[in-house]
Structures are given as structure tokens and as C-alpha cells.
Ligand binder design. Structure first.
Ligand code: GLN
Length: 200
């Protein structure tokens, strides 16, 4: 894990499960930093957008003037991984938005269409052993009021599927998962993200 010590990775820490991601990064020996302000992005190799409530995170992104800086961070080659609400934030198209809220803003960094809360209320949280391309055994995937990636553009690589849609996708250094790897003790997806940061 020596290589990880050279990596600085931020976790957007406005709302949601950011502490769990911070812990996982620390376990992996990465320099982890909570990100709340544009200046916090400086010098980072990667940024994790955690799960939580995407409309709340969006509102706070506006309050903290983070939309453009995060977009620029990705365009400049920084890696970004969105988990659950974070995956919604990354999508080009967001479905399943409450009509009285109007259009939900997004970063549009991944050519995917996500449907919010796609798994229905009665089963809105569940765990499954998920086959993930590139991993040596199933990953314990925890879905919490999760979105489904209903469409992935031709340049987006689908790494795992569930319920007829994609739940883990990647394009270059930008990755999105419907589920919450940070609430498990399995570091393999965090390692996959980190590997992408030093490889590409
Ligand atoms: N349902 C939430 C949303 O739409 C996402 C849930 C989560 O991140 N666990 O924002």
C-alpha cells in the first residue's frame, strides 16, 4: 500500500456518509481531506462525492460555490467517484425527481441517466453479493434508497449490473456506484478508485 501514501483524496463533507469514506481512505493509507470549500480541492488527486440526500447536497454545493470548482477539478484530470447520492450528482440526466422541485442540478460529468430511489420503498435498503468486473470475488453491495443507472453512454464502462440496470460505471477517472462501499469493511472498490488515480 506504499503508493497510496503519495495520494491526496478529498471527500465532499457537506452532508451524508463522508466520515465513512474518510475512514476507509485512512485505512488505505491515503492522505484524506474533508472538502467544504473550493480551496480544499487544491492539490487533490481525487474527490469522493458521498451518499446522502442529493437535493440537500446540491443546495449546499450552491451555497458553498462548489459547482464550477468541482467541474474544473474533473476536467483538469482529477478523479471523481460518486456513491449513491454522489452518483446522482455526477449524472448528465437525473430522473425520478419530485415534480414540484423542478429540475435537479447535476455536475453532468458522466454520460449516464440515473433514476433516483429506483428500487422502490418496500425494499429501499438491502445488501447483495455483487459481481464486479475486475474483482476476484463478489462485493458486499449495500443499497440504501439507491438510484439505478438506467442508461450509460457508449464511452462509459459498466462494471456491475443489478435489477436490469448498471450500478457501477466508470469513464476514465470518473466512477459512479449506486451502492455504499464505505459502509462495509471491504476496501476493494476504494482501492480500484485509487488505482485509477495513479494509473491513467
Ligand atoms: N435517495 C437519495 C437521493 O436521491 C440517495 C440515497 C443515498 O445516497 N443513500 O439523493
Amino acid at each position: 500500500m506504499a503508493g497510496n501514501a503519495a495520494l491526496s483524496v478529498g471527500v465532499l463533507a457537506l452532508q451524508g456518509a463522508f466520515r465513512e469514506h474518510m475512514r476507509m481512505l485512512e485505512v488505505l493509507g491515503v492522505q484524506a481531506r474533508e472538502v467544504r470549500l473550493p480551496a480544499d480541492l487544491e492539490g487533490l488527486h481525487g474527490l469522493i462525492l458521498p451518499g446522502g440526500e442529493s437535493t440537500t447536497i446540491s443546495r449546499l454545493m450552491t451555497d458553498y460555490a462548489l459547482w464550477d470548482p468541482v467541474r474544473q477539478f474533473a476536467v483538469a484530470g482529477g478523479g471523481v467517484w460518486g456513491t449513491c447520492a454522489g452518483a446522482i450528482m455526477l449524472a448528465r440526466t437525473i430522473e425520478g425527481v419530485s415534480p414540484n422541485l423542478g429540475a435537479q442540478p447535476g455536475l453532468g460529468l458522466l454520460d449516464i441517466t440515473v433514476r433516483r430511489n429506483a428500487f422502490g420503498r418496500q425494499v429501499d435498503s438491502f445488501a447483495v453479493p455483487l459481481d464486479v468486473r475486475g474483482l476476484d470475488g463478489p462485493f458486499p453491495a449495500v443499497f440504501i434508497r439507491a438510484p439505478l443507472i438506467e442508461r450509460a453512454g457508449p464511452e462509459v464502462e459498466v462494471l456491475a449490473t443489478q435489477a436490469g440496470g448498471a450500478v457501477l460505471v466508470r469513464r476514465g477517472r470518473v466512477m459512479a456506484s449506486s451502492f455504499h462501499p464505505e459502509v462495509t469493511t471491504d476496501p476493494r472498490l476504494h482501492s480500484l478508485f485509487l488505482k485509477g488515480l495513479s494509473e491513467l
